[in-house]
Design a protein around this ligand. Structure first.
Ligand SMILES: [Zn+2]
Length: 194
């Protein structure tokens, strides 16, 4: 998977006998406006590191590792835009929830590249594609209700709903956008029955 911020074009120009190399670093057309901190984060990235700490208790690899990707040989490494979005999701929603609970929270699914999203039958415009969403494991129904209420009452989020598989597996889907003005606070109370 390409790394969006490091595309460099190279132009050769011959002036008399001297050869000049001019490097042009274009701005990605879809590059978002970043805050100073986010800009710093991009410019100073050492290299891609799955061990990277996104917040106190969450590491990048928890959001990119996928048994399906491994089985199908899909490269699920995110671009930096998605990493920054994941970090935002951790700081705004997952870490505050984890601090409130005082227990580890297990991520079922975080970032998905288009190939992986298709393999797990995710919706076409899924926020998982941009690193804006994560599915968290529900230990039991009561915990799910408690988390739901805490998030609705206290946190800034975009969308929250319970998702189900026919096999009975369920989880809580949470999303958050970096631009707070676009967070819809859309909570769907489709609680598990048991
Ligand atoms: Zn989801």
């Amino acid at each position: 998977m390409g790394q969006r911020f490091s595309k460099t074009s190279c132009v050769h120009i011959r002036i008399r006998t001297h050869r000049l190399l001019i490097f042009i670093r274009p701005t990605a057309p879809s590059a978002p406006k970043l805050t100073k901190t986010q800009d710093f984060f991009i410019m100073n990235k050492p290299k891609y590191n799955p061990e990277m700490q996104l917040s106190e208790n969450f590491r990048l690899k928890e959001f990119i590792e996928s048994p399906t990707a491994e089985r199908l040989g899909i490269d699920n490494r995110p671009d930096w835009e998605a990493v920054i979005n994941l970090r935002n999701l951790c700081r705004e929603v997952l870490q505050p929830l984890r601090d409130h609970e005082g227990k580890p929270i297990h991520i079922n699914s975080g970032y998905r590249c288009p190939e992986l999203n298709e393999a797990v039958h995710g919706v076409g415009d899924s926020q998982h594609l941009r690193g804006e969403a994560a599915d968290i494991h529900l230990p039991d129904v009561e915990t799910g209700r408690r988390w739901y209420k805490y998030i609705v009452d206290n946190l800034d989020f975009d969308q929250m709903l319970f998702e189900y598989r026919r096999t009975g597996v369920r989880w809580l889907h949470l999303s958050c956008r970096r631009d707070r003005t676009h967070n819809r606070h859309m909570a769907i109370p489709n609680f598990p029955a048991r």
